[in-house]
Design a protein around this ligand. Structure first.
Ligand code: TXA
Ligand code: MG
Length: 327
């Protein structure tokens, strides 16, 4: 069992000893280690069962630290950092040699972000090193947005969870890279495409759908963020008519469906707020996964703002469900 409390000194102590701990961020909980300690970083991959070819994001506590980690930083990257940090934006930049190839999975680019969570920001400002931190879930499973989610998945593999309450945003950071003059979104996240374009003008979106073994685009593993139960995505009444013989649970945007018991339905936002949907999504998937049901039927949410990232996560969560359906 991991200790769960908000003691910064303890967190700092574990990290300075080369241990791996869970940390809160505004998006999801992370599994953090000293990015300059290769053995500690290797533990992160082992604890998550994460393939070594999938690199980690470095977390920093102030913007100036970016220069310790990256070189040839485009001015537009600095403009984005100044606008959105601390916040759910990750920048892909040319890495300095001080960063181990283990962190970046041999890529010449390093992913950097400054999270917007008061406790973790304080922690990062006290540490003499950046934290390499992926989401604190087992590889492929749903990301944790509450300390209890981390405890359930990893409580027997780590000794400390820094308590920071529920993640206020609930969807991972938006990942952005730069090629020549182009600004490229590689992972849809909680900062919307619209919000980014308001600051820097038009961007390209490269979200490729590929398998685990050929993961080249961040967060692009098709079966990802996935509950153990199959999840089918689409028009719920249609799905219900084809699955009436199974025990179904429903993940709904803003309303309950008749013909299914209310206790087998999770409504993400009764008022139709996409921000509330993002806040609830990963907890809702875990709640449905724990129900006595055979299959989760889910709606898409409106495809605008943070809704695009929510639909992206739902699509990846449904991958196994789609395979089941095809058989
Ligand atoms: O909101 C977030 O970004 C959370 C919190 C904990 O900060 N972190 C997170 O980490 O979502 P993770 O590891 O679950 O997802 C990070 C994604 C991965 O898909 C990885 O492939 C990509 O970022 N990534 C990291 N470093 C990269 C690099 N050097 N080049 C390309 N992709 C990279
Ligand atoms: Mg993750």
């Amino acid at each position: 069992m991991a200790i769960i409390n908000a003691n910064l000194y303890l967190a700092q102590h574990f990290l300075e000893q080369g241990e791996v701990i869970a940390i809160p961020t505004e998006t999801v909980y992370g599994l953090g280690a000293n990015a300059y300690d290769e053995a500690a970083v290797a533990k992160v991959f082992a604890i998550k069962n994460r393939p070594l070819f999938n690199p980690l994001i470095l977390h920093i506590g102030n913007l100036g630290k970016i220069y310790d980690l990256a070189h040839d930083i485009p001015s537009v990257a600095l403009q984005l950092a100044e606008h959105f940090w601390p916040g759910p934006l990750t920048l892909l930049l040319p890495k300095k040699n001080t960063i181990s190839d283990v962190v970046t999975a041999n890529s010449s680019l390093v992913a950097i972000r400054m999270p917007n969570h008061p406790i973790t920001l304080q922690l990062l400002q006290r540490l003499a090193f950046p934290l390499a931190a992926p989401s604190a879930n087992l590889f492929g499973y749903v990301s944790p947005t509450r300390p209890s989610h981390v405890e359930k998945q990893l409580g027997n593999r780590i000794s400390y969870i820094l308590e920071g309450g529920q993640c206020t945003v609930g969807i991972e950071s938006t990942i952005i890279g730069f090629k020549d003059k182009d600004i490229i979104i590689y992972r849809l996240g909680s900062i919307s495409v619209e919000a980014i374009e308001d600051v820097v003008g038009p961007v390209n979106i490269h979200i490729r759908k590929c398998s685990h073994s050929s993961l080249t685009i961040p967060g692009s593993a098709l079966q990802h963020y996935a509950p153990h139960k199959p999840l089918l995505l689409g028009n719920v009444p249609t799905l219900l008519s084809t699955h009436h013989d199974r025990r179904v649970g429903i993940l709904s945007f803003d309303r309950y469906y008749k013909d299914v018991a209310k206790e087998h339905q999770v409504v993400l936002s009764p008022t139709g707020s996409l921000e509330e949907c993002a806040f609830q999504l990963f907890a809702a998937l875990q709640t449905l996964d724990a129900m006595e049901i055979d299959v989760i039927l889910s709606t898409y949410v409106p495809d605008r703002g943070i809704g695009r990232a929510i639909n992206d996560r739902l699509m990846r969560a449904s991958f196994r469900g789609v395979i089941v359906k095809r058989r």
